[in-house]
Design a protein around this ligand. Structure first.
Ligand SMILES: [Zn+2]
Ligand SMILES: [Zn+2]
Ligand SMILES: [Zn+2]
Length: 282
């Protein structure tokens, strides 16, 4: 299984426009791995893309990707969808006679009404005939060549978020880039070779949450300690932390060297920090 992390950033990318803080300045000067674009991964074998962040066109250019046949969406949030004009680019420039071979777009059924409400522009390329939208059911695998992709509803009480189990020749990877706080972990998360999971915020979880004002995002967003708890529960062979959020640009959370140091502290856990263009072969 060959995967590329196209974008390792979170809800906002780094550097943030107009910001000259230490982390943003460093990202601007040094580029990758400090600079990060929106969350997306690509599976080479079957030309499968997961999510279309706003920088997707440049990510495809950067990695010299030649073909996209399938796009799976995790949820409607703008950081995961707002590059959807890519379908127009694909339609008009795809080398594989695209009129015969539309891009298959997959939206999980429980997330479908959110797309209708908040991301209705996804239905424009469908109307134009650039894509075919497929509504897919939770925990029902989609077979594509030698690969099987299973949507995983995180089954949160307060919102609908999905990840995907990607299986090929006995290799099992879960991509869970966003909102894994309070995720229900079932047998689909067992015996994994790799987990790509949203990175949490740093610090003592209980102490920091107790001091946060009401309504602060960290009340229902995962901490790094909670990342470790998930890893302890499911024991994957390897974990790569993704969705490294630019909203934390002023904290050490946006410092790539700091993140690597934190990850390497837990040797038995085999944790790594994603960066744009990271290639993974399993
Ligand atoms: Zn900044
Ligand atoms: Zn999100
Ligand atoms: Zn996100």
């Amino acid at each position: 299984m060959k995967l590329i992390i196209l974008g390792s950033g979170g809800s906002v990318s780094i550097p943030r426009p107009f910001c000259n803080c230490e982390n943003c300045s460093k990202a601007r000067k040094k580029g990758i791995p400090w600079a990060r674009t929106g969350p997306s991964i690509f599976m080479e074998e079957e030309s499968i893309l997961f999510d279309t962040p706003e920088e997707i066109r440049m990510q495809i250019e950067r990695e010299k990707i030649k073909k996209i046949k399938h796009v799976f969406y995790t949820h409607w949030h703008p950081d995961h969808t707002q590059g959807l004009r890519i379908f127009e680019h694909i339609y008009f420039s795809h080398p594989d006679k695209p009129k015969k071979e539309l891009v298959n777009v997959y939206i999980p059924e429980n997330a479908f009404s959110d797309f209708e409400k908040f991301c209705s522009s996804i239905f424009f390329p469908e109307k134009k005939g650039y894509i075919k939208i497929n509504k897919i059911q939770d925990r029902v695998p989609i077979k594509i060549g030698t690969t099987s992709i299973t949507p995983l509803d995180f089954k949160r009480k307060d919102r609908v978020r999905y990840g995907y189990l990607i299986e090929q020749n006995g290799i099992r990877t879960v991509y869970a880039p966003c909102s894994v706080f309070d995720i229900s972990l079932d047998e689909y998360y067992q015996n994994l070779d790799l987990v790509l999971m949203e990175i949490g915020w740093f610090g003592n979880t209980k102490e920091r949450r107790a001091k946060l004002p009401k309504g602060h995002a960290w009340h229902d967003h995962i901490s790094f300690e909670e990342n470790l708890e998930i890893i302890k529960k499911i024991r994957p062979q390897r974990t790569i932390l993704v969705h490294i959020d630019g909203t934390r640009h002023l904290n050490s959370d946006a410092n790539h060297d700091f993140l690597l140091k934190q990850a390497k502290k837990y040797k038995g856990f085999n944790i790594d920090i994603a960066y744009d263009g990271m290639k993974i072969e399993l």
